[in-house]
Design a protein around this ligand. Structure first.
Ligand code: BV8
Ligand code: ZN
Length: 244
């Protein structure tokens, strides 16, 4: 893989890196992406499922979809891309990992202080009283979980379209994008906002922006360097350069 001299020297010297990941970083773990050829959305439309009205109209269907995804996530493991980022975090003083993923794989790979822009599939809360509920089980008998305290409907703690991102998380991600010297955008089609603003913010503030993706994306024309390929192959190679 030929990388620029600029990226090589930044990897070896910078003390401030911000990373944004999307579904593509979990693809090699066996988690379907959203917009790839066999992506989740190809079967289901986001409008139909990942929004609050759709949930209130048909909570059984939305819970069935999340339960299906949770099942997959419980059977997969982090891949070399997740582990490379966890290792990189240990070697860089100011390292911020921002993810759009809800699959918890970064944390399972050892990354800490992960900024989860779109929530986490392992968490749920009651829309009646806001109480968080750990490992919610849905079954054929109980297709929509209800809160034990107020009998309200329980929903996944995931940010749906049209919903605000969790308080303070996007702000922290923006601050990291503002101050970093190197910004890596990995495995994201960069079509969802405000997440897709982060690489643009980084570039505006003088960071060197590198895209690591299987294919070119909506922001390929705005980044400094695009490394086309699998994150699980490219990231361990970048880590090796850092460790030289
Ligand atoms: C908000 C939860 C504000 C569901 C998700 C018109 C224009 C611009 C914006 C908007 C608009 N209309 C509405 C909006 C805003 C909207 C938005 O951005 N819509 C887009 C689609 C046009 N955004 C929102 O609604 C956000 N909220 O803006 O609120 C607000 C203000 C005031 C008051 C109220 C509200 C909320 C956005 C969050 C939506 N929730 N997910 C769930 O996950 O179950 S988004 C969903 O897409 C996922 O979270 C996912 O993370 C995210 C992004 O997808 P990617 O991660 O990029 O995945 P994708 O499959 O697309 O791409 C994968 C890439 O990896 C591909 O390029 C592929 O080539 C590559 N790849 C594959 N394999 C590999 C690989 N790369 C490397 N290695 C591999 N092995
Ligand atoms: Zn409740």
């Amino acid at each position: 893989m030929n990388i620029s001299h600029k990226l090589r020297s930044l990897l070896q010297n910078t003390e401030s890196i911000c990373v944004l990941t999307g579904a593509g970083i979990s693809a090699e773990s066996g988690v379907e992406t959203f917009r790839g050829s066999n992506g989740l959305w190809s079967k289901l439309k986001p409008e139909e499922l990942a929004n609050f009205d759709a949930f209130m109209r048909n909570p059984e269907l939305v819970w069935e979809w999340y339960n299906y995804r949770k099942e997959i996530i419980h059977h997969v493991k982090p891949n070399p891309a997740h582990f490379a980022l966890a290792r990189l975090q240990e070697m860089v003083k100011d390292f911020t990992l921002v993810t759009q993923n809800v699959d918890n794989l970064h944390r399972r790979a050892g990354s800490t202080n992960v900024l989860e822009l779109h929530g986490n599939i392992e968490r749920s809360y009651c829309i009646g009283c806001g109480k968080f509920v750990a490992n919610v089980e849905v079954s054929l008998e109980n297709k929509v979980p209800h809160c034990q305290s107020c009998n309200g409907i329980i929903r996944p703690d995931i940010v749906w379209f049209g919903e605000m991102l969790p308080e303070g998380v996007f702000e922290a991600a923006t601050e990291a994008a503002d101050r970093c010297e190197l910004f890596l955008t990995i495995g994201t089609s960069a079509v969802v906002y405000p997440a897709a603003n982060l690489p643009i913010t980084a570039r505006k503030h003088g960071a060197y922006v590198v895209e690591i993706n299987l294919e070119r994306t909506e922001i390929s024309h705005t980044v400094h360097e695009t490394l086309l390929g699998k994150a699980g192959e490219i990231l361990p190679q970048l880590l090796k350069i850092k460790e030289e």
